[in-house]
Design a protein around this ligand. Structure first.
Ligand code: HPA
Length: 273
């Protein structure tokens, strides 16, 4: 079965769980973000094992569960666990959730991640709303044969993190008294963290934060005409900016500490989308 067939089967399976309702939004929960779902009213949940298009992640701190939440405006689909390019299985497993979200007719997407802070004004624990990105992964999920008939060969990316949605989310953050930063997310393939020289170079290129995800999903979702909002938890200072060695443990520790703020913000966003 190819990926598009698996996506179709998965959509049929999920439509039953959804009682044939199209959710208002979907959210992909990156490192440390899965627990934000605890705050929402969850009406159904299922393991990725049950969904033909989805595969379990091996990364610590990532689960592999899909939850259906009920918000003030309707249903939302929460993907707790994401696959990364550095896991070495190519793009299919990374972009499958986006194809599935599209197949279900969902038009608004919230992407979340943890990132290293490059901008001098960013503190560990800040939340950055992505204004734009720089793709330094050395690859692009659309390379090769057209992965979906709705994706043009040369998709425009001018307003990839939709500016109206971004302004709306900024207003929602203000409403719950949360200060957010805005900036440019630079994506690398990982899994090694960056060197201090790379971070100095990325700073000169205009990057405010660096991470190993989000960009492939955003490229595919934008090409499928979804409206995207993306949030980075600044989980650590990027390489060379602090005397500490970088570690996944630091990323997880920051996420646990900042979780209350992440919960309030995401719930406010999902309830108003
Ligand atoms: N670099 C790359 N990815 C990351 C980082 C980082 O410093 N922090 C969290 N994800």
């Amino acid at each position: 079965m190819d990926l598009n067939e698996k996506v179709e089967k998965s959509a049929d399976f999920l439509l039953k769980l959804l009682g044939n309702q199209t959710p208002r939004s979907a959210m992909i929960c990156g490192s440390g973000w899965a627990k934000v779902a605890d705050e929402l009213k969850i009406i159904q949940e299922t393991s990725y094992d049950e969904i033909p298009a989805l595969t379990n992640t091996q990364v610590e701190g990532h689960k592999s569960v899909l939850k259906i939440g009920e918000t003030e405006k309707g249903l939302t689909l929460l993907f707790l666990g994401r696959r990364h390019y550095y896991e070495g299985e190519g793009w299919g497993s990374v972009i499958a959730p986006i194809l599935l979200i599209h197949a279900l007719g969902i038009e608004k997407l919230v992407l979340t991640n943890a990132a290293g802070g490059i901008n001098e004004d960013f503190d560990v624990g800040d939340i950055m709303l992505l204004e734009d990105h720089i793709n330094m992964m050395g690859n692009n999920p659309l390379i090769g044969g057209n992965i979906h008939p709705d994706i043009p060969r040369f998709p425009d990316q001018t307003n990839i993190y939709n500016s109206d949605l971004r302004n709306f989310v900024q207003a929602q953050a203000l409403e719950c008294n949360i200060k957010t930063k805005e900036g440019i997310y630079l994506a690398v393939s990982g899994p090694s963290f960056e060197t201090p020289a790379e971070i100095r170079a990325f700073k000169k290129m205009g990057a405010d934060a660096v991470g190993m995800s989000t960009v492939p999903e955003a490229i595919v979702a934008n090409s499928l005409k979804m409206k995207i909002c993306a949030l980075s938890l600044i989980s650590n200072q990027a390489a060379g900016k602090s005397p500490n060695e970088l570690s996944h443990e630091e990323v997880s520790e920051t996420a646990s500490r900042i979780l209350p703020k992440m919960k309030v913000l995401t719930n406010q966003i999902l309830n108003s989308l």
